[in-house]
Every structure is written in structure tokens, then in C-alpha cells.
Design a binder for this molecule. Structure first.
Ligand code: F3S
Length: 392
């Protein structure tokens, strides 16, 4: 017989309170949104399924908008061998998706690491229970919302209760910057490389970045920079002078009274790019992956422009949230991308590189995150176009 709803709610609350106590939380606070990280139906992760099933059996549902990270599988994105092996190791995908729907997933296709592009977009100051490091740093920095880098299951338990323990980046004092990062590059910086360098240098501290105002930074550049910071270090929040909302509001008062300084110049970024490419040069990769984190509509349009009149010589995936890909299908951008030989998909490419047989594939990516976590080799955007496409 299933436990009562009240009993499971109490169990979740006890777990969240114990978790909060470890980090010094003194109370629980209302949370407004949940983003679930373990979106792959890995057949070996039995405890996750047991917990989710228990929540569903008790009749619990998220009280706040719920989205999840990208799916692992897409037949057209996977070569045959990986399709078979991946189909086996992610064999509980359907079960996972049916559980998440019952727990209140916003939409059957709400699988992306950019939930803010598909309707789960918090407002300034909202407290969230998000997991997925690239989404967390975006929400904290670009939206000015407040979330910790939650562990898997903490986020969903917070979602079903509608509260989360208050500590870490939820508190004003921890949103102050311990580093002043001065960007002094002669050209528009490579944002993946800049994020990687900051993350590698700072660890988990908060940077206050100056010197970017003159480049009219795009929103998606902040997304990609943050994703890299969150993997090369464990940064969960950054401020950009004159750009991000808390920096606009408070300026340099966000700097702690004692802070350290990092100066980023052209040489430092070039060295970082070399590190990201692991000293490897792929001639004709089996696969090119663009879109980790998932691309915005603006980024998709800019890739269509970049590839106009060209054709990729390797199988190339551009990744974006399922609703964005669906919407794109009736647009000129989609036609242009298809003419350039590009496939659109919504997978998480890291899940593909986690399929053991995928090590046989040479993979090039413009993502500082995917290159960090996998055997994929980093190649900057311009070089990627120059080397892996030709005039159509
Ligand atoms: Fe997103 Fe997967 Fe990359 S979750 S950030 S596409 S590793």
C-alpha cells in the first residue's frame, strides 16, 4: 500500500530541512520554479526511479512550473551503433517521462537546459529550486533570480513542496563578488573561453566583470560564458557591469570590501582556447555539435546567416529546445540551415558522449562545456565554419 500524501510530504520536508541544516539554512522559503536535472532514463539509477514513483504514488505534483534537462536520445542525431547501445542504457526513458508528466512537467516536450526560452522564465528576485549548472548561473546572473546549484532530487522535492532551504546564493551576502575581472581584449572576446578562464581561476567565487560594456554583449553570449564558468569552476553567479540586473542596480557596491583582481587580455584568452582544444586538431570530424547549452532563436538565426552559401562537410547538429525547433520548422531560418547540411535536434550531446561506444567518434564542438566534460574537441566558431564547411 502506498504511503499517504501527508507522510511523503513530511519525508520530503525532513530531507530538505536536513539538507539545509548542513549548509546553515535557518528556514525554508517559498520557491517559484523547479528545473529537474536528471532527464535521462538511465536503467542503472534505480534509487531515482524509486523516489519519483513514491512521489507519484502519493499523488504529489509540483506546485510550481516544472521543466527538465534535455533528452538523451534522438535517432537522427545518433549513429547506428550508439542508437542501439544508447537505446539500451537509457532504456527507462519512457518511464522517466511518464513520471515527470505526472509530477506536473509543464509540457510533454519541456526538455531543455534553457527552460527560460520555453516559458519557465522566472522574474527578478524569485527564489527557485533549479539544478543544471548552466541554467542556474543564467537564472542568477542574467535574470537576477535566486537559486543554488541544487542536487538532483533536492530540486523536485522543493518543487512538490513549493519551498526550499534558504542558504548560499539565496542570501544577499553570498551574492557579492570576491573578484574584479577586468576584460582588456583588443577584440570582442570569445565568451566560452572567457567563461572558462574565469571559472578556472575563481573556483566557486562570484566575479564582477568590467570591460564588456563596449562590446554590446548579447544575452546568449552571457548564457554561454556562464555555462563555461560553471564547469571550469563551480561558479553559480556572475555580475557584468552595466549589463546584468544586480550590477545595473548596485554597481561596484556588489564587490566585497576585500577582493582580488583578474586581468584578461588577448594572450590569456588564446592560451585558454588552446587548453580547451586539448592540443588536438581534428581534420574531418565524424560529428560537429553546436548548442550546448541549447541555442536561442537568435543564435539559430545567426548560424543560418554564418552558413549562408556554405555546406558542412561533417554531420552537424544544432541543438535547441523542442518547442523552439518545432516553431523553427516553418521558417526561412530552418530552410537555410537544412541547405547548409545541418540537422536540428534537442538532445543533450553529453548523453551521447556518455554512450561507451561513442569514444570511437571524433567530435568537434564550439561548446566550452561539452569539450570540458567529454572527449569532444573545442573549435571556435569562425574556425569551425572555415574548416568544416565549404562553399555550396
Ligand atoms: Fe545542456 Fe547537456 Fe550541454 S544539459 S548545457 S546540452 S551538457
Amino acid at each position: 500500500m502506498s504511503a499517504t500524501k501527508e507522510a511523503i510530504e513530511k519525508k520530503c520536508r525532513d530531507i530538505l530541512e536536513s539538507y539545509g541544516r548542513v549548509y546553515g539554512a535557518e528556514r525554508m522559503v517559498e520557491c517559484k520554479s523547479c528545473h529537474f536535472v536528471t532527464s535521462c532514463g538511465l536503467r542503472f539509477v534505480k534509487s531515482m526511479f524509486a523516489i519519483l514513483q513514491e512521489l507519484v504514488d502519493a499523488g504529489l505534483k509540483c506546485k510550481v512550473p516544472l521543466t527538465a534537462n534535455p533528452r538523451p536520445l534522438d535517432p537522427k542525431a545518433y549513429p547506428l551503433v550508439e542508437r542501439l547501445v544508447g537505446g539500451y542504457i537509457y532504456g527507462k526513458q519512457q518511464l522517466l517521462e511518464s513520471l515527470l508528466l505526472k509530477l506536473g512537467l509543464m509540457h510533454p516536450d519541456a526538455y531543455t537546459c534553457t527552460p527560460y526560452y520555453i516559458g519557465n522564465k522566472p522574474s527578478y528576485g524569485d527564489v527557485l529550486a533549479w539544478a543544471e549548472s548552466s541554467a542556474v548561473i543564467y537564472a542568477n546572473s542574467v535574470l537576477g533570480a535566486r537559486t543554488n546549484r541544487n542536487s538532483s532530487m533536492v530540486e523536485i522535492m522543493s518543487g512538490v513542496l513549493g519551498v526550499t532551504p534558504e542558504f548560499g546564493l539565496l542570501l544577499d551576502e553570498n551574492r557579492k563578488a570576491g573578484w574584479l575581472v577586468e576584460v582588456r581584449t583588443s577584440q570582442r572576446p570569445n565568451f566560452f573561453a572567457l567563461g572558462s578562464l574565469i571559472g578556472k581561476t575563481l573556483g566557486e567565487d562570484v566575479p564582477y566583470i568590467v570591460g564588456l560594456e563596449k562590446w554590446e554583449v548579447k544575452e546568449y553570449e552571457l548564457k554561454d560564458m556562464g555555462a563555461a564558468m560553471a564547469v571550469w569552476g563551480a561558479v553559480g553567479l556572475f555580475h557584468v557591469e552595466g549589463v546584468t540586473p544586480e550590477a545595473v542596480e548596485m554597481g561596484r557596491r556588489l564587490l566585497r570590501s576585500e577582493y582580488r583582481t583578474l586581468v584578461v587580455d588577448d594572450k590569456a584568452l588564446k592560451e585558454m582556447e588552446a587548453l580547451m582544444s586539448k592540443g588536438q586538431r581534428l581534420e574531418k570530424p565524424d560529428l560537429v555539435v553546436i548548442g550546448c547549452p541549447h541555442l536561442s532563436k537568435e543564435q539559430l538565426a545567426s548560424w543560418a546567416e554564418r552558413l549562408e552559401g556554405r555546406r558542412m562537410v561533417s554531420k552537424t547538429l544544432l541543438l535547441a529546445a523542442p518547442p523552439i525547433v518545432s516553431e523553427l520548422r516553418s521558417s526561412r531560418t530552418y530552410t537555410r540551415l537544412r541547405e547548409a547540411g545541418v540537422e536540428l535536434s534537442s538532445i543533450c550531446p553529453l548523453m551521447l558522449t556518455n554512450v561507451p561506444t561513442s569514444k570511437r567518434l571524433s567530435i568537434a564542438t564550439n561548446s566550452g562545456k561539452l569539450a570540458y566534460y567529454s572527449h569532444a574537441v573545442y573549435v571556435a566558431d569562425d574556425e569551425l565554419v572555415a574548416r568544416f564547411s565549404r562553399g555550396a
